[in-house]
Design a protein around this ligand. Structure first.
Ligand SMILES: [Ca+2]
Ligand SMILES: [Ca+2]
Length: 326
């Protein structure tokens, strides 16, 4: 069966065939296998911080001071360390320090505050994850520290540095962030509106500890990118809000045969913009991407909103729409 391609977005644009996703080098995204890994549970350096509880404002105030004797994660014999900090069990709210280039003994001196009522303090845990920043691959987890008994610390004046051994942790799933967007399809007009709402907890791509994210959506059919649309760029943030509509013309007879690849990109004024993470929606997408698409088709003319976990860039066949004969 052939599909009539009558709509403007179906006139494939040759210049779109080589996209910035195509230009990134997939070999740079492979996990590094050449590092001598220690055993899980080994210590790998120390970290020091100050901790105090501000009773009047019910804030736990954490100042990350420095780390010592971190392991080298890069071939140059150094790491580019930074620290992420959460107050468990809440993993949504997290902070991170700036990245310190080429050092095993970084001095952070950054202060973060978590709002937590006094009567909850005993049940919360402070969680530090030390990472090695890499521009072109997954950031390596160096190790972690968990601090409990926060109530005990709250009674001190908070001016005495606390030292903890950093324990080598499990390599987590890459933490690229989540994207919230809605899909709305008008069957008669043949119009798909992708409204990019916001993203949270994006991976930091810049040494500032932030990224300059924008979102690029591409209409894909039969492995070909037919059209792409972009949001504006939000500078220096890991939690951008867009509320921007990206509109594609897709005739009703083609809607089952296309997918939308959505990439969250980091803008850079020098060099290539890099992909932070991506997701895909369509009839042949993976679980959440397919469910979102089905919900859109089942509810014509209604915006259907979903959160999507961003995944690493993939190349090749996954982007094809398998049953198109275009
Ligand atoms: Ca590095
Ligand atoms: Ca950037």
């Amino acid at each position: 069966m052939t599909h009539q391609l009558s709509s403007p977005d179906f006139h494939g644009e040759e210049k779109d065939q080589v996209t910035s996703i195509g230009q990134i080098k997939p070999e740079l995204y492979r996990p590094k296998g050449d590092q001598a890994e220690g055993k899980l549970g080994d210590t790998c350096g120390k970290i020091s911080f100050l901790l105090r509880y501000a009773f009047n404002t019910e804030q736990l105030v954490v100042k990350i001071l420095k780390a010592l004797d971190l392991p080298a994660k890069d071939a140059n014999g150094f790491s580019d360390p930074y620290v992420k900090i959460y107050l468990l069990p809440d993993r949504k709210k997290k902070y991170q320090t700036k990245v310190h280039r080429k050092t095993l003994n970084p001095v952070f001196n950054e202060t973060f505050q978590f709002g937590v009522p006094l009567d909850e303090l005993h049940s919360r845990k402070l969680h530090f994850s030390v990472y090695d920043f890499d521009r072109f691959s997954r950031h390596d987890l160096i190790g972690q520290v968990v601090v409990d008994n926060l109530l005990d610390f709250s009674e001190g004046s908070g001016d005495k540095p606390i030292w903890r051994d950093i324990i080598e942790g499990h390599a987590e799933k890459p933490d690229l962030g989540e994207l919230n967007f809605s899909l709305c399809y008008l069957p008669t007009a043949g119009r798909l509106t992708v409204t990019i709402i916001k993203a949270t907890n994006l991976k930091a791509m810049d040494l500032t500890g932030f990224s300059d994210p924008y979102v690029k959506a591409s209409l894909v059919c039969d492995g070909r990118r037919l059209k792409k649309r972009k949001t504006s760029i939000k500078k220096n943030t890991l939690n951008p809000t867009y509320n921007e509509a990206l509109v594609f013309d897709i005739p009703n007879e083609n809607i089952e045969n296309v997918s939308i690849v959505i990439a969250v990109m980091d803008y850079d004024c020098i060099g290539h913009n890099e992909v932070i993470g991506m997701c895909r929606v369509g009839s042949d997408a993976d679980g959440p991407g397919r469910e979102h698409w089905s919900a859109m088709l089942a509810n014509p003319r209604k915006p259907i909103e979903h959160w999507h976990q961003l995944v690493e860039v993939r190349t090749g066949t996954e982007w094809r729409c398998s049953h198109s004969s275009v």
